[in-house]
Design a protein around this ligand. Structure first.
Ligand SMILES: Nc1nc2c(c(=O)[nH]1)N[C@H]1C(S)=C(S)[C@@H](COP(=O)(O)OP(=O)(O)OC[C@H]3O[C@@H](n4cnc5c(N)ncnc54)[C@H](O)[C@@H]3O)O[C@H]1N2
Ligand code: MOO
Length: 418
């Protein structure tokens, strides 16, 4: 029986290891993986503060206020956002207060300015006394210290991807620097004597080289800038030398092409000298041929098929999770979402089918939004279909024992659009 996707991924994840951690500023941390839990240095909010522009009051003083019988309060001060002042309020007093300003210790509620009348007829803010036209309960319009986050609590956990919202939370809670995992340095090597650079003229049998565009783009979509791209000659000896050299300088090396049983499949031949690299057949279509492991130079190698869609699917199933694991990411697998098949298609008998699909949001029977998916390529020949694959924003996962897919059935889909 052939290796399953799960088994092969486990084999890789057991071997990739985790890269070292380094401390960076919050601004440098976006898109990186946190290496250690971070606690809030401050409570959020930091102080009891006003949610409204208005008047800080003692709720008991305005208990009976309404539009017909407003309650007059004496204005004893003003607090703006950023002000350190804490004016005292006695019975019948009010303090002008702006949104975000610390609520005076002696006040317990804020009346929005809209519920008051000033001491002049022009509707402006009161200066000496204010007429309050609505009662307010204690605590209303006061954002309490610590109601969002308590000081000392864990605000971010090791293994998470640091996005904009989390970094803003850390900044607000007084965190300046965080420990993050190093991003892997990755080199890409394409092989194939039929390949020509973009814009070069093509003789019969030659094609534009597109896998380096694919792989560097997929790497960028998981936060990795490729620093070197090589086009190797179809000669196993020089390729073995190149892999040995790259293996010493990079954390990971990704090759495409040359892993089949053909006479000139140079990657397969060059890797025969690498004892920790495993070539295997996985029960999946496309991406059946898999080859991965640690090069003697030290880098982790992923030798992907030259077929562009096989390379993309291999990247999604094995390379992306491995590169995330190297960064200590807690969750390396994508979530699947259910989508309704918008067409019939043939499954891949006996193996998992990973079909590039176009996923759309459409109205369900009760007007609710549901996802639909339609094949982006012909399911009979997926691995070479670089053109149709360009439209795909997801992959439908059709289990080995499921058989064909019928219009209207629900299929699990992973969304891969950047
Ligand atoms: N006798 C068998 N033949 C094949 C088998 C098999 O089991 N027995 N497996 C097939 C499968 S599955 C795959 S996948 C391929 C593996 O192919 P290679 O990794 O050796 O890839 P190549 O032969 O080098 O190229 C395949 C295809 O992709 C095009 N290609 C390659 N590199 C690029 C690139 N950088 N940009 C664009 N296109 C590229 C290449 O021209 C070929 O058309 O083997 C099957 N055969
Ligand atoms: O490795 Mo090949 O994809 O099965 O197309």
């Amino acid at each position: 029986m052939r290796t399953t996707v799960r088994e092969h991924l486990s084999w890789i994840l057991e071997r990739v290891g985790v890269l070292p951690a380094e401390e960076v500023s919050l601004r440098e941390a976006h898109g990186l993986t946190l290496a250690a839990d971070v606690r809030a240095r401050f409570s959020l909010p930091l102080w009891d503060n006003s949610a409204m522009d208005g008047y800080a009051v003692r709720a008991a003083d305005v208990a009976g206020a309404n539009a017909d019988s407003p309650v007059a309060l004496r204005i004893v001060g003003e607090v703006l956002a950023g002000s350190a002042s804490d004016p005292h309020l006695g019975h019948g007093d009010a303090v002008r207060i702006m949104t975000g300003a610390p609520v005076p210790s002696a006040a317990d509620a804020v009346i929005p300015v809209e519920n008051t009348r000033g001491d002049r007829d022009d509707g402006s803010w009161a200066t000496d006394s204010v007429l309050v036209q609505a009662a307010v309960a204690a605590g209303v319009n006061v954002r309490r210290r610590g109601e969002d986050i308590a000081e000392g609590s864990v605000l971010a956990t090791a293994g998470e991807l640091l996005g904009a919202a989390r970094l803003a939370a850390l900044a607000a809670a007084g965190v300046e620097r965080v420990l993050v995992r190093t991003v892997p340095c990755v080199a890409v090597v394409v092989t194939g004597s039929e390949l020509r650079g973009l814009g070069e003229s093509l003789e019969r049998g030659q094609i534009p080289e597109s896998n380096s565009v694919l792989i560097t783009g997929l790497l960028r979509e998981c936060g990795i800038q490729t620093t070197e791209v090589h086009h190797s000659s179809d000669e196993a000896v020089s390729l073995a030398d190149l892999l040995r050299e790259l293996g010493e300088r990079f954390d990971a090396v990704i090759t495409t092409g040359g892993i089949g049983p053909g006479t000139h499949d140079v990657v397969r031949i060059a890797l025969e000298a690498e004892p920790e690299v495993l070539a295997t057949r996985v029960a999946v279509r496309p991406a059946k041929l898999q080859c991965a492991g640690r090069l003697s130079g030290g880098a982790f190698l992923f030798a992907l098929s030259g077929n562009p869609v096989s390379a993309a699917v291999s990247f999604e199933l094995f390379v992306r999770p491995a590169l995330l694991a190297m960064q200590g990411r807690g969750e390396v697998r994508r979530i699947t979402v259910p989508a309704v098949a918008a067409a019939d298609w043939r499954g891949a008998e006996g193996v998992l089918q990973v079909l590039p699909v176009v996923v759309r949001s459409q109205a369900g029977p009760d007007g609710e939004a549901v996802l639909s998916c339609a094949p982006a390529v012909n399911p009979r020949g997926i691995s070479h279909a670089v053109g149709g694959h360009g439209a795909a924003n997801g992959y439908a996962l059709v289990d080995a024992d499921r058989g064909d897919v019928v219009t209207g059935e629900t299929v699990p889909v992973i969304l891969v659009a950047p």
